[in-house]
Design a protein around this ligand. Structure first.
Ligand SMILES: [Fe+2]
Length: 196
């Protein structure tokens, strides 16, 4: 199904940014990447190619067209990130997701700890992901624009750990940003929805 990511972003950004971003640090906004160089490229990608963004990400990766891949993947990753957040997020995951977390990690707390470690441990820019592979939950991390879309795992949610996601509010304290996202913003229902 062709779901233009640019339209998705226009739908999601006004909802998530003021509500979720300012939730952590009153009067300031956490996710600032809407202004990053990735986003102006999205409409051009859609004007030039009548393909879903997901298909452009996979095709450009397979063909090693890295300039296209980097822009398309960053647009997709960010759209996915916005949906991974919600105002007053965090808390207990829905029962189905919680059971999967316990199966894979032993507890919800251990799953969150694995996500935090992946996010903090990613050297330089990248992403931490909760994914499902073979029906089992896993935590992975990807550098730069890389995304699970190009591999076998199904992405469930992500945390942006490019420095632009946190430096204005958290300076170099990536761990504090990640913990705040996990405790106050993460959208477990979105992860469950992606689990299918
Ligand atoms: Fe970002």
């Amino acid at each position: 199904m062709h779901r233009p990511c640019s339209a998705t972003l226009l739908t999601i950004l006004p909802f998530v940014l003021p509500a979720a971003g300012c939730f952590l640090v009153p009067g300031r906004c956490l996710p600032r990447t809407a202004g990053s160089p990735s986003f102006p490229v999205v409409p051009q990608l859609h004007r030039s190619r009548d393909l879903p963004l997901e298909a452009i990400v996979k095709e450009s990766f397979a063909q090693s067209k890295m300039a296209i891949f980097n822009n398309a993947a960053q647009a997709w990753n960010h759209s996915f990130y916005w949906q991974s957040l919600k105002p007053n997020g965090g808390g207990e995951p829905p029962a189905t997701l919680r059971d999967k977390m316990i199966d894979a990690f032993g507890s919800v707390a251990e799953c969150k700890k694995a996500l935090a470690e992946a996010a903090v441990g990613q050297f330089g820019s990248g992403w931490a992901w909760l994914v499902a592979e073979g029906g089992r939950l896993k935590v992975i991390r990807t550098p730069n624009a890389e995304t699970p879309l190009t591999g076998p795992a199904k992405p469930l949610l992500t945390i942006d750990v490019w420095e632009h996601a946190y430096y204005l509010d958290y300076q170099n304290r990536r761990a504090d940003y990640v913990q705040a996202v996990l405790d106050k913003l993460i959208n477990w229902e979105f992860a469950l929805q992606n689990l299918g």
